[in-house]
Design a binder for this molecule. Structure first.
Ligand code: ZN
Length: 295
């Protein structure tokens, strides 16, 4: 794990979820996300210190564990201030909300509280709405990129956009089973918006940074639209969401290998169904105490 320079003062640390580093001339630095745990945070801090950088701020693109897990360690060691968007902040301060949400609001049991689903809590000092903001004297633009999570943000500085999970590099998306998004309409709008930004570099949290993401955006969009159309085609037979999830897994030849992955997939399928419902393309009915989706 090393810092890769994108341009003067802007770096990416692949851990393996990408972490952005933006350094001021003074050596004070902002990190964009913090990795999944203390071990990643420790390596990041060592690398940053080797370059003469002192981490003073953390901006979280969203509240998923692989983006916020290093917050407590970095904040305790450096006094760094944590920034996040208004709706992601409560999940960063109370990460237990995440497994609670995945299990549909029931108290999450032990296997739903692994480090991929439950990070350690950290305090968010300041909430960042979309728009321009200056942190450590550095002029940043906070870009709203909701859809993958409810209130995800990107961070744009000096022509480099740290895009969080708003899109995934094409080569990784291929291996990805069912892409995790909670709001399809917002996700598609964010992809469209990404296509209108004229940045010099784009850094996704998963995959390689690149200068042109036109084909990645197209691939992310068509993958989701194809999966939604596939689900819609099965709705000629009324079906439960979990039945649709099983059909989609066989169709894609992927396996929900453990309950954590099962519930992530389940949320992704529920987001497809919610989108189809709102578009007037699917309805629900209760039959023999089962909730069925149909068209
Ligand atoms: Zn994520």
């Amino acid at each position: 794990m090393t810092l890769t320079k994108i341009r003067d003062g802007v770096y990416v640390f692949k851990a393996p979820t990408n972490i952005g580093v933006i350094a001021a001339d003074t050596g004070e630095a902002i990190v964009i996300d913090s990795g999944i745990d203390e071990s990643v945070a420790r390596k990041l801090m060592r690398e940053a210190e080797n370059e003469g950088f002192h981490i003073k701020a953390i901006i979280n693109t969203h509240s998923h564990a692989d983006h916020i897990g290093g917050n407590p360690f970095i904040a305790a060691r450096t006094g760094a201030v944590v920034y996040a968007s208004p709706l992601e902040a409560p999940f960063i301060e109370t990460p237990l909300f995440e497994p609670f949400m995945l299990t549909g609001g029931a108290a999450p049991w032990k296997e739903m509280c692994n480090k991929f689903l439950l990070a350690k809590p950290s305090n968010v000092s300041e909430k960042l709405p979309a728009g321009p903001v200056t942190i450590l004297g550095l002029p940043l633009e906070i870009v709203a990129l909701p859809g993958h999570s409810a209130d995800q943000i990107g961070v744009l500085y000096n022509g480099v956009l740290f895009a969080g999970d708003a899109y995934i590099s094409g080569n990784l998306l291929e291996k990805h089973g069912i892409p995790y998004n909670v709001d399809i309409q917002a996700y598609l709008a964010s992809l469209e918006m990404l296509g209108t930004l004229e940045c010099e570099w784009y850094v996704p949290s998963h995959g390689e940074h690149s200068r042109d993401i036109t084909s990645d955006i197209g691939y992310n969009r068509s993958k989701v639209i194809n999966l939604i159309e596939q689900v819609e085609s099965w709705l000629s037979q009324p079906m439960e969401a979990e039945e649709l999830l099983a059909k989609l897994c066989s169709h894609l030849a992927v396996t929900a290998a453990n309950p954590g992955i099962f519930f992530l997939y389940r949320t992704a399928v529920m987001a497809f169904l919610s989108y189809l419902y709102e578009q007037g393309r699917a309805k629900t009915m209760i039959q023999e105490n089962r909730l069925l989706w149909y068209r």
